[in-house]
Write a protein of this length. Structure first.
Length: 269
């Protein structure tokens, strides 16, 4: 059992949670909780750390009270795990209420050529989304709406930030994504694949529910504070979401959800 915060492995986990450079150097990230543990593909999991209470509930318990306990038990027994004292685990955890299970997981990486492109698929392009929670929520929404892949500018938050990972609720393991150095070049490449680009902005825009998204479509979403850059908007048809009251704009994740689910609705009919 790990019982000291001075242990090098404990210090390493803390560093991986806090430092993107450390995650990049090792090409790993940290996930917490039973749900994300069960969502993570086994081949990506490198290390597992659990508290004594998790060990008791999911491993040493002989009479499991629900089917999930058996599934968690089976997965834990297939992977090497380390038991950690509660106080040390609290230091390793990135959450205020630790759930007692933490994993080090290998990162997934895609380049643009490795992403799937099909004639009528749905894509999402993000420019400089700064908030990790927003980015994670957008990924979860993208999966639910049937997005084929998410493309991000280098100015976007780190997909492997712990807050982002928690907000994805496991979608990070199932949605293809790529960071690109030249977003404008990438947008031209999408258009060359006969994918229609739609930029969410207020300038010279049509209402989003008046447009047809049943062909290959990519929605462009800009940063929370500044929206899309002018040169980005010029690559696409501009659309907007009608709003009442004195509201001028919506949260990036909320706007993304509205647009993606309109596209999903049209594709069902």
């Amino acid at each position: 059992m790990l019982t000291s915060t001075a242990n090098p492995r404990v210090k390493r986990i803390i560093k991986l949670n806090k430092k993107a450079a450390a995650r990049t150097a090792e090409q790993v990230f940290v996930i917490e909780g039973i749900k994300l543990f069960m969502e993570a593909p086994e081949q990506l999991i490198k290390e597992v750390y659990i508290t004594q209470s998790i060990y008791t509930k999911y491993i040493s318990e002989q009479n499991f009270s629900d089917p999930q306990q058996e599934l968690v038990n089976a997965k834990l027994l297939r992977i090497n795990y380390e038991i950690v004292s509660d106080d040390v685990f609290a230091r390793m955890s990135d959450t205020q209420t630790p759930q007692g299970l933490l994993c080090v997981v290998r990162q997934r990486h895609f380049d643009l050529n490795g992403l799937p492109f099909a004639g009528n698929s749905l894509y999402l392009v993000l420019e400089d989304i700064q908030d990790p929670g927003n980015l994670g929520t957008i990924f979860r929404t993208a999966e639910a709406a049937g997005v084929e892949a998410v493309i991000m500018s280098r100015g976007c938050a780190d997909i492997y930030n712990p807050k982002t990972i928690r907000a994805t609720m496991g979608s990070v393991f199932r949605v293809g994504f790529a960071y690109v150095d030249d977003l404008l070049f990438t947008l031209e490449a999408l258009k060359a694949q006969d994918i229609e680009l739609y930029a969410a902005c207020l300038d010279n825009s049509e209402y989003y529910d008046k447009l047809d998204y049943r062909r290959g479509t990519a929605f462009l979403i800009g940063s929370e504070g500044h929206g899309l850059k002018e040169e980005t908007k010029k690559t696409a048809k501009n659309l907007k979401i009608p709003m009442g009251g004195q509201v001028e704009s919506l949260n990036a994740a909320t706007a993304t959800a509205i647009l993606l689910f309109e596209a999903a609705r049209q594709r069902r009919t």
